[in-house]
Design a binder for this molecule. Structure first.
Ligand code: ADP
Ligand code: MG
Length: 257
């Protein structure tokens, strides 16, 4: 990262255990404003837990995440961190969009209702403003004609694009993607990656957990390889993928490439 680029999001010595299982063993990272950081690594290495710590769906045991100068979930007083009240955490969380492997759309709401629900109820935007923004987002993800459809009538790729539009409706500063194409039939992966590529080109700051190495190489500004609760290697995706330094990265990439 150069001096002009400030980190929008950074993690400092994040540790997290579930019982005796230490899942994150001191994770540090920085993502510059407008940058795309791809996170790869074997199943169980802690990638999802790290994303969940970033938006405080999981509370780190120690260490912290900061976004745009604010510590997520905490306030610093002197040397100590104090947990923020739930309404403040909810406000911080609203700045962070998250897209999961499974589409998680509300099945009983239309596409338009899925997208307008949170902006209207949480952000308290007027119904007409939320609707106008939703139509704009649907056009951007190429689904204008599906506004009145129910999620069940859409393909997995279409549902995932609606999930992206729904996250964008909150006007997030940061988008987190947790294996957004892993549950899709292969022929539907491209349309979702295209939508993510568009967002990247528009300057959205993104952290993307993915097995799509082509996407990481082409769209990623940085690549982080995680294994056993630690970021073992990081760098320019083209360099890491072509010439991994760490033997654990080499072993992982030899299986997936
Ligand atoms: P990844 O996303 O890299 O596959 P995860 O972050 O999902 O890895 O999981 C890392 C480890 O943490 C796994 O051993 C998993 O079983 C464990 N784990 C994740 N979430 C929980 C939880 N809520 N309770 C107990 N164990 C968990
Ligand atoms: Mg995961």
């Amino acid at each position: 990262m150069t001096d002009e680029q400030t980190a929008l999001v950074s993690g400092h010595a994040i540790r997290k255990s579930f019982g005796a299982n230490e899942v994150l063993k001191g994770v540090d990272f920085e993502v510059a404003s407008g940058a795309v950081s791809c996170l790869i690594g074997p199943s169980g290495s802690g990638k999802s837990t790290l994303l969940r710590c970033i938006n405080h769906l999981e509370r780190p045991d120690s260490g912290w995440v900061s976004i745009d100068g604010e510590i997520v979930g905490y306030r610093l007083k002197g040397e100590r961190l104090y947990e923020l009240p739930p309404n403040h955490i909810a406000r911080q969380r609203a700045e962070i969009g998250m897209v999961f492997q499974r589409f998680n759309l509300f099945p009983h709401m239309t596409v338009l209702e899925n997208i307008t629900y949170a902006p209207h109820v949480i952000r308290r935007r007027s119904r007409s403003e939320a609707r106008a923004h939703a139509h704009e987002l649907l056009e951007r993800v190429g689904l204008s004609e599906k506004a009145t459809a129910y999620p069940g009538s859409l393909s997995g790729g279409q549902q995932q694009r609606v999930a992206i539009a729904r996250a964008l409706a909150m006007k997030p500063k940061l988008m987190l993607f947790d294996e957004p194409t892993s549950a899709l039939d292969p022929e539907l992966v491209g349309e979702v990656l295209d939508t993510m590529r568009m967002l990247a080109h528009e300057g959205m700051t993104m952290i993307v957990v993915t097995h799509e190495m082509g996407f990481a190489r082409e769209v990623g500004d940085t690549l982080m390889f995680m294994d056993d609760g630690m970021i073992v290697e990081r760098g320019d995706p083209r360099e890491v993928l072509a010439d991994p330094r760490h033997e654990r990265t080499q072993a992982f990439l030899s299986k997936v490439l």
